[in-house]
Design a protein around this ligand. Sequence first.
Ligand code: 13P
Ligand code: SF4
Length: 364
Amino acid sequence: MGIHEISIQQFLSLDDARCEERIVAAKAALGKHLVILGHHYQRDEVFKHADYTGDSLKLSRQAAQSGAKYIIFCGVHFMAEVADILSNSEQIAILPDLAAGCSMADMANLEKVEQAWGELSAVLPPDEHITPITYINSAADLKAFCGRHGGIVCTSTNAQHVLEWAFSQREKVLFFPDQHLGRNTAYRMGIPLEQMVLWDFDKPNGGLTPEQIKAAKMILWDGFCSVHQQFMPEHIDHFRANYPDGKVVSHPECPFEVCQKSDEVGSTEYIIKTVNASPPGTRWLVGTEVNLVNRLAQESKDKFVDYMAPIVCKCSTMYRINPQHLLWTLENLVDGKVVNQIKVAPQVAAEARLALERMFEVSP
Ligand code: 13P
Ligand code: SF4
């Protein structure tokens, strides 16, 4: 066991094939002490090493259940934070590259959300009238905010169940950071668009009048995913003109018009299951990140899987996790060193866990 951690520099020039051999060897050396979780947007060279793959909900459950000492999360920062929050104090969550954030998660922060809560209190007492919901794609301190204000976390899988619970508590919802998941889910539940307002976090009072706030059921944070924002209703029109019998499946982070024109809307795991369960010969247009779609196209030998946008929409932060960084974290662990641990402060973790536990209670 060396004294110092092994530097990343000597790994960056390794080719993927050499990394692969060494990753397999390091995993074998760590055995049951290690679990690697891989989100569906991970590139193939990393995804193949995951012990469990899935969407955010499935992987958070996996992190909570795992007995492994080291949980390496091949995903983005908020996912590794959730793994740390839900695992026990002996377990260590690791993100192979700390630059793997989520640009949507960064669109809301505690200062702006607390400011919004304060401004809303000038119109009506928010703790009596508004349930805060944070999409799991958010920093731990926003989950903690929801924990202490009677709120909850949601994922793309359980957003409807979470919203139903939220409305059973209070008559309004403040939903952040993804406006599209909030709008698409609420509309599907029968809430008309007229009862939804957009909170512009750069404007005083979100750019809204007290009357607009009082009339709204859903207050949607003006955040979005830059990857899913690229999918357009015209892409679906073009596909349907060429393939009238084709089917369209989209992620709920896509804009409202895209989801409205889709046959199916759901999480990454749902998209994969839906395509896999369809009859041979079905042609699908898929509106989500390119690594998932390419893998699905390769694996669905008896179906046709098309990518929704004419340009490649890649999650550049997910892509930061490469075999070189994964190997670096693993070989350090073999050497007894922990690099890139993600640790949430205990008080924040306790309140965030409350909001996550409420979510698990209402999830299917
Ligand atoms: P899922 O929970 O559906 O995997 O979504 C996570 C995500 O970040 C999609 O952009
Ligand atoms: Fe975040 Fe969008 Fe990447 Fe998902 S695809 S991790 S929402 S930036």
